[in-house]
Design a protein around this ligand. Sequence first.
Ligand code: NAD
Length: 499
Amino acid sequence: MRTIHHWIAGAPYEGGTEAATPVHDPATGEVSGRLARADAAVVDEAVRTAAAAQREWGATSLARRTEIMFRMRELVVRHTDDLARLVTAEHGKTLDDARGEVGRGRETLDFACGINQASKGEYTADASTGVDVHSLRQPLGVVAGITPFNFPVMVPMWMHPIAIATGNAFILKPSERDPSAANLVAELYREAGLPDGVFSVVHGDKAAVDAILDHPGIAAVSFVGSTPVARYVRERGAARGKRVQALGGANNHAIVMPDGDIEYAAAQIASGAFGSAGERCMAVPAAVAVGEAGDLLVAALRREAEQIVVGPGDRDGVAMGPVITAEARERVIRYATEAIEAGAEPVVDGRGLTVEGHEQGYFVGPTVLDRVSLDAGAYREEVFGPLLTVVRTDTFEEALALVNSSPYGNGAAIFTASGEYARRFTHEVQAGMVGVNVPIPTPVAYYSFGGWKDSLFGEHHAHGPEGVRFYTRNKVVTSRWPHVDRPVQASMSFPSTTD
Ligand code: NAD
């Protein structure tokens, strides 16, 4: 049985808790590997080597750093299929979807290749007589990323390219469910010429996370995962004086207005609800149909959902793979059953689906429920599976109020042909990422990614300009070079800039 080890000081590192965690293939239910689990001693070793490497790396020229980023970008392009295959084997999403994930992650490497421009400071000549002022952004030191199972390549890539390009050393604690891609990324960084210790991987679960949060040598933590853990990470990390950005869960809504192209809206919403088996933080699990849009939308959603081919992610023609674990499958089925018992109408029911030859796989089919009660867990909570609920309202105002009543505020979308409704929606909706006729409005890498309310704890969104700010500290330098011919008198009064 294959063991997946940590990666410290530029090489696989054996150590940590004896009892390894099994890693499963969700399409078969079989154990495909065993994952080493980091304890506090392993995390400490990673921090020690990272801190030593960072001292030199932080002083390395921007030209050299970006040269390595360009090489890393090319290596990721070349190894897209290798990364995608690892993702499909441990996550279950289709190969095509996994390739898309690698591509969207690579966009942050593209951004990091231009870090010399993105991290430039400011300069003011003659702020006062003979006084110049400039600002610069400096790295924090050793920083860590703790990431979820649903994007094992892309979400860590929101973090490490920017953290590293700005001069930090980065320690990644990936999800224990699909850990292998992180180790291939580590190998690629080594091949790209990144000095050993600047990128490390520690595997494990809560014990590894707590060791990261408590370690005094780690200056900042980026977390992405579920809301309860995000809140915990933010509070525990902040209590130990760290800079923490913690992105949490979501329950994204899409409003469908009767004035627009309902077929288009249904196709887009189905892709948002069932792509990656609904396991995206920018998935669309709730459609809000306004007025006459309702019946047309539900009929179109039925057609869309019924044509989705479910099976193992590496099989040609498959559009949707399994969910991540047997428990996740049970959770989706339970939410659907409870909603139906409370009066929801099953339009498409995927609860009983089995895939021939993969009877032990964690499959559940696309499920669409209409007229779902607003009290049903399937509507209110984050199900994180291929379950789409449809609720109906009479007016745009009611629909908007419903979206804004969610405790989450990650993404939200509207489908409409009306500029007026679109504009009102984008201005008034309480969410960090908004789509107009776009179901998954995931920002491109040169903008920043982040939600509002319980979808993000902290001041900074991920990647893009906010990523640069998160991984650097501002310093402002005020200088004067007095000339012997023009002596400057010291004053006991607070100096005025008009002097
Ligand atoms: P999760 O919260 O279970 O795990 C995330 C990370 O935290 C993993 O590395 C895990 O090992 C660790 N962890 C789990 N339980 C912990 C605990 N009790 N204490 C300390 N650490 C713990 O999330 P997941 O199931 O891997 O991922 C799915 C969740 O992530 C969904 O809620 C989804 O919405 C969210 N997500 C959010 C975004 C975003 O950008 N907002 C992006 C992707 C995923």
